[in-house]
Design a binder for this molecule. Structure first.
Ligand SMILES: Cc1cc2nc3c(=O)[nH]c(=O)nc-3n(C[C@H](O)[C@H](O)[C@H](O)COP(=O)(O)OP(=O)(O)OC[C@H]3O[C@@H](n4cnc5c(N)ncnc54)[C@H](O)[C@@H]3O)c2cc1C
Length: 344
């Protein structure tokens, strides 16, 4: 098989955005995703800033439909009485976030990538990295090898390429586990906007994500393995939908998110806990940024080193800014994480 310009590992928002960005620039792209879609993922509450990004990717028309659940901001109960944190407004009215089911978002993006000519293999798992002379040259998958000038790793929190290459990750918090789940229906208080509330040594987020479905996430700042996870008290009278899940949301960033023949995007490259509130936006934008970098490198191989450096710098600056903001916010918590003080 003719080598690809790019092989993307992972069909979440980061991988699809990277594949779409490469295909929009005329590159020959393959994307592999280990699960059949629809597959379950949390992350339905999307910041208003996502709309222009979806437009650039060519899927805003399908995703930002009139009937999508919209919200102007969210309620916060933290170090002071309950207040509404609006997203802002302009002369057209208030900026609005979206509640888009992940199966809809991820399937729409992946189908759009395929429509642009990306060869999508699904289900197909990346097994081992192929490399020559310290340069990544492709991926061995469970349905054979795929050779490419560049590999973009968008494998999410499993950080496939990091494990393959033994790359270093900087951890910026102790191990943090978010517990989350869903209930059917929605109490009146949460109908129009999500709530973020401080509790003993942690916080809880509650958001109505579909007409009759409410999502909750709980994060404990300390000792994540202690205690049996339970549905938050305001939702306990409603029937649960599915199991209670746990996700490792330890703050971390790759110190080698770009190198010879590869770029790493989305949660595989950096991650903060969901209180930072825009994991999906970041996934899309890192995917698009990596697509531009790969295109530049293929057009002009002499820029490779500087393109890798710039990508790492951009990713690192964004992460530091978000982390500083999250730290400031957590310091205001009535029972702030003990590890914050030790860390600063
Ligand atoms: C509890 C919780 C709540 C959240 N809420 C929000 C929210 O409301 N809003 C928001 O913006 N963000 C939220 N996030 C963050 C958001 O879910 C992530 O930032 C986002 O999913 C990252 O996208 P991604 O494409 O990098 O990774 P993923 O969406 O995880 O996609 C990675 C893909 O790679 C595939 N893959 C992995 N390994 C391989 C392999 N070896 N071969 C082939 N394929 C592979 C996986 O199957 C998967 O489909 C939340 C996160 C958590 C844990």
């Amino acid at each position: 098989m003719k080598p690809f310009d790019v092989v993307v590992v992972g069909g979440g928002p980061a991988g699809s955005a990277a594949a779409i960005g490469c295909a929009q620039r005329g590159l020959h792209v393959a994307l592999i995703e280990r699960h059949d879609f629809p597959r379950f993922r949390p992350g339905e509450s999307l910041h208003p800033g996502i709309e222009p990004v979806l437009q650039q990717l060519g899927v805003a028309g399908q995703l930002c439909a009139q009937d999508a659940l919209r919200f102007n901001g969210y309620w916060v109960q933290w170090n002071e009485p309950l207040r509404f944190n609006g997203f802002g407004s302009d002369d057209k009215g208030p900026w609005q976030g979206f509640q888009i089911p992940r199966e809809t978002l991820d399937t729409t993006l992946l189908q759009h990538a395929a429509a642009l000519g990306v060869m999508v293999r699904q289900p197909c798992r990346a097994l081992a990295v192929l490399s020559e002379k310290n340069r990544v040259t492709g991926v061995r998958t469970d349905s054979g090898p795929l050779h490419a000038a560049y590999v973009i790793d968008a494998s999410g929190a499993s950080a496939w390429l990091h494990r393959q290459l033994g790359l270093t990750v900087r951890r910026c918090s102790p191990r943090l586990i978010a517990r989350y789940g869903y209930v059917r229906g929605c109490p009146l208080a949460y109908q129009h906007a999500p709530h973020l509330s401080a509790g003993p040594a942690g916080w809880t987020w509650i958001a109505r994500v579909q007409a009759q479905l409410t999502h909750w996430t709980h994060l404990a700042f300390e000792a994540p393995n202690l205690g049996h996870p339970t549905v938050p008290e305001p939702l306990q009278h409603l029937p649960t939908q599915g199991a209670i899940h746990g996700a490792d949301v330890t703050w971390r960033i790759s110190t080698a998110a770009a190198g010879g023949g590869y770029f790493v995007v989305g949660d595989a490259a950096s991650q903060l806990d969901p209180a930072s509130s825009h994991g999906v936006l970041k996934a899309l934008m890192t995917g698009m940024q990596a697509a531009q970098a790969v295109y530049d490198c293929l057009g002009q191989p002499s820029v490779q080193t500087s393109a890798q450096r710039q990508y790492k710098q951009w990713l690192g600056d964004w992460f530091e800014k978000d982390m500083a903001q999250l730290r400031r916010f957590y310091r205001l918590h009535p029972d702030p994480p003990r590890w914050l003080a030790a860390d600063d």
